[in-house]
Design a protein around this ligand. Structure first.
Ligand SMILES: [Fe+2]
Ligand SMILES: [Fe+2]
Length: 197
């Protein structure tokens, strides 16, 4: 896996081409350096700080997409059995929005800024509202994918912030990671409940 990531990104220092996910390269490069700590010394402190900013922007964007999809699914789902999920999604929307706000403020403190919609790249394919509005399990699985993705992003951010000697960002990432793990636990419970029906 390490070799694959390296071969994909080793010559990709140029700016992202149009239509390409602008965060992808840095995101995986961070993963690469995380997975290969012996190469970390090759990274200057400013490069490490730039990676922290790129991951913060990606995390911000993901949180905003999560807010949109949780809100849409909370409206679209139908039926008595969906009520519990809709209520839970409504609660999580407030938390995800608060995550985006905290990430945006941190970017500002680092002399950067959160992305606007022109830079937005949609990633949550499995969290699109289902054709059948009573298909609650499809939304539950989409939520689990989103939470898994967030957990991976915050774990990467923690390592990158540590490399950049940025304990404030690291602390923020740890706090948000705990929220995402709690969301995952909640929806794993729902998944069990719906599978057993
Ligand atoms: Fe979040
Ligand atoms: Fe979450």
């Amino acid at each position: 896996m390490n070799i694959h990531i390296f071969s994909t990104n080793c010559d990709e220092r140029a700016p992202p081409s149009p239509g390409r996910d602008p965060f992808e390269t840095n995101y995986f490069e961070v993963g690469f350096f995380t997975l290969r700590p012996e190469l970390s010394s090759a990274m200057s402190e400013s490069e490490a700080s730039e990676r922290v900013v790129e991951i913060l922007k990606k995390a911000y964007s993901d949180e905003m997409e999560t807010v949109m999809n949780y809100q849409t699914n909370a409206i679209v789902l139908d039926g008595v059995r969906a009520e519990e999920i809709k209520e839970s999604l409504q609660q999580d929307i407030q938390e995800e929005l608060s995550h985006a706000q905290q990430l945006g403020q941190r970017l500002k403190q680092l002399d950067a800024r959160p992305p606007g919609s022109a830079e937005f790249v949609a990633r949550q394919d499995t969290l699109q509202p289902p054709e059948d509005s009573t298909n609650v399990i499809s939304v539950i699985r989409g939520v689990l994918d989103a939470e898994e993705g967030a957990i991976e992003t915050y774990r990467t951010l923690i390592t990158a912030a540590e490399e950049a000697d940025d304990p404030v960002t690291e602390d923020l990432a740890v706090t948000i990671l705990a929220d995402e793990e709690a969301h995952r636990t909640e929806f794993r419970g729902f998944e069990k409940e719906y599978q057993n029906d």
